[in-house]
Design a protein around this ligand. Structure first.
Ligand SMILES: *Cc1c(COP(=O)(O)O)cnc(C)c1O
Length: 375
């Protein structure tokens, strides 16, 4: 059994994907070719934003956002304590200071109350300028943008959506990638919309920001490639990767629907025995991961070893809160104790999950996990 069945997805879409890749090879337009532009247009339409800027990966997409907004030395960037390091790493590289916030104990997304406490603590300390918040659609569940944006407006913060795990998800009918002032995503193969290597994108409704990002994406170019106006990056999305995702984008909503059905099945089986995913009524999760919380770390290890015995893969997203990472040693803590992040990191485990997970395999996962709590 695969943790995320990319092989089955390829088998289902093989003819279209192969044809699409061959088209690029035959055209030899490998860099920003027609398929790359077409993919940007189709994804903009899908998410419901004006501009999509294809990028080399999700980390670079976030770096382009931080660069375009001149975030750096002296700036505080607020970030959930439970995420992948790339949400904040590029801001740190530009000289900004990460300020971590606890997560909500049910949604596992940034806790707006902790965010506001941390903003106040930074202002009170008076050393940094409260500049931006990066909210993450953690494991596919949309963050609470209503609450985050309300606080951000009050303190004049830029809101960045890290939708790396959220493509296909929505809140009040608005797709992830369309929240905040600007958003980024990743097309790492295991993400809800993945390519066959590295890829990412930035989403914006602002025409000037779109122009600036396109310049930064290609060495800060002006009118031509050799008219360099600012320090930029080489951060383009490969045409072949875009071509691979064109057929995948067409079936994304269908896959998201199947993911809801499998999640419901898992939820029904695990409710009352574990803490199951909590998705607000007005939201649809992309279920980038299907995560349960065990009673404690010991029970989690026990379940994961029983699954491994049955050759069923399971993984932990993520075992270490940001504030406990070596790289962030001595980081600003305010008065936060991060109890929700710590509890989550100690207890979470993710089960095999994708739109291509067969019913008999779903059953086998359920039975193996329930067997442990029965005994
Ligand atoms: C995957 C991921 C990224 C980084 O994307 P890459 O394409 O791997 O660079 C950033 N943030 C989150 C939350 C992610 O899951």
């Amino acid at each position: 059994m695969e943790f995320i069945d990319l092989k089955a997805q390829y088998a289902a879409l093989k003819d279209e994907i192969d044809l699409s890749i061959r088209g690029v090879i035959e055209s030899t337009h490998f860099i920003l070719g027609e398929e790359e532009q077409k993919f940007e247009e189709k994804l903009a339409e899908y998410v419901g934003v004006k501009h999509v800027i294809g990028c080399s990966n999700g980390t670079d997409a976030l770096q382009l956002i931080y660069m375009a907004n001149q975030i750096g030395e002296g700036d505080a960037v607020f970030c959930p304590d439970m995420t992948f390091v790339a949400s904040i790493e590029p801001a740190c590289m530009l000289g900004a200071t990460p300020i971590f916030c606890d997560i909500d104990s049910k949604t596992y997304n940034i806790d707006p109350e902790s965010l506001e406490r941390q903003i106040k603590a930074v202002i009170k300390e008076g050393k940094l300028r409260a500049r931006a918040v990066v909210a993450v659609d953690f494991i596919g569940n949309p963050a609470d943008y209503e609450a985050v944006e309300k606080i951000a407006r009050q303190y004049d913060l830029l809101v960045i959506e890290d939708a790396a795990q959220g493509i296909g998800a929505s809140s009040n009918g608005i797709k992830c990638g369309a929240f905040g002032d600007i958003a980024a995503t990743s097309f790492f193969p295991s993400k809800p919309l993945g390519c066959y290597g590295d890829g990412g994108a930035v989403f914006t409704n602002d025409d000037e920001m779109d122009k600036l990002l396109r310049s930064l994406r290609v060495h800060g170019k002006g009118k031509s490639k050799y008219d360099n106006q600012r320090i930029g990056m080489n951060a383009r999305l490969d045409t072949i990767q875009a071509a691979i995702m064109l057929p995948k984008l067409k079936v994304l909503d269908k896959e998201i629907e199947i993911r809801q059905q499998i999640a419901e099945r898992y939820n029904k089986a695990f409710a009352g025995k574990f803490q199951i995913p909590y998705v607000k009524d007005n939201m649809i999760s992309a279920y980038a991961q299907y995560a349960l919380l065990a009673a404690d770390m010991e029970q989690r290890e026990h379940i994961m070893s029983k699954l491994a015995e049955q050759k069923i893969p399971s993984l932990v997203y993520y075992p270490v809160p940001m504030h406990k990472m070596k790289v962030f040693e001595g980081c600003f803590m305010g008065d936060e104790t991060f109890e929700n992040t710590i509890a989550y990191a100690d207890r979470t485990f993710s089960l095999p999950f994708s739109a291509y997970l067969e019913e008999k395999d779903q059953e086998r996962v359920i039975e193996t996990v329930l067997d442990v709590v029965r005994n």
